[in-house]
Design a protein around this ligand. Sequence first.
Ligand code: C5P
Length: 233
Amino acid sequence: MGKDVIIACDFASREETLTFLDQFTGRKPFVKIGMELYYAAGPEIVRELKARGHKIFLDLKLHDIPNTVKKAMAVLSRLDVDLVNLHAAGTKAMMEAALEGLTRPDGTRPLLIAVTQLTSTSQERMEADLLIEKPLDQVVMHYAKMAQESGLDGVVCSPLEAQKVHEVCGQSFLTVTPGVRFADGEVGDQVRVMTPAEANRIGSDYIVVGRPITKAADPVAAYARCIREFVET
Ligand code: C5P
């Protein structure tokens, strides 16, 4: 898969999601289904969007004992999603089990990426709550390396970390980056943001864009602008 824009469908119901996506009559966007929508609408929403021609990033961030994650991943693989994720904090054994579970009898599987440290975790909270006393960026790079050694395809990371992840893990290790805003847009609750063009320059493979598209007056135009800035500049 090449560079692409993934729309974060952070909606509370199937109806809201379909009404939003009905506007896209041309190119069917790659979409992200997160916990809110999946827990509300279930696996059926995944089947429905796949049938409509969307690629799906199922952002459920699995983290449990290896056997449980392996079995859960086998279920998600049968849903035919394109991209799924887990927490690297679950350790290598969990990541390797996840890959086993995801791999179909014919050897194919969805791409699997890891969350390193959530971007909502600060150095201070990591030290005080998790007793991890190394610098945050070192922890992120260690988790990325561990994910790569376990056979995963990439990581979700801040756009500010993407370049370094590629330096540490190589150019073909995928970086999927949220926190994207248009130069003239609202930042909202995201703290460290980048424009689609900047994300392209620093080497993000996929950008995850929510509100700049979902809350735009013209979502189709906002999506087209993201594609233009990220993929075509
Ligand atoms: O609306 P916005 O563009 O901020 O949405 C970004 C999406 O990426 C949301 O679904 C959010 O949960 C997700 N995300 C993030 N930061 C992370 C991981 C995921 O913003 N570190």
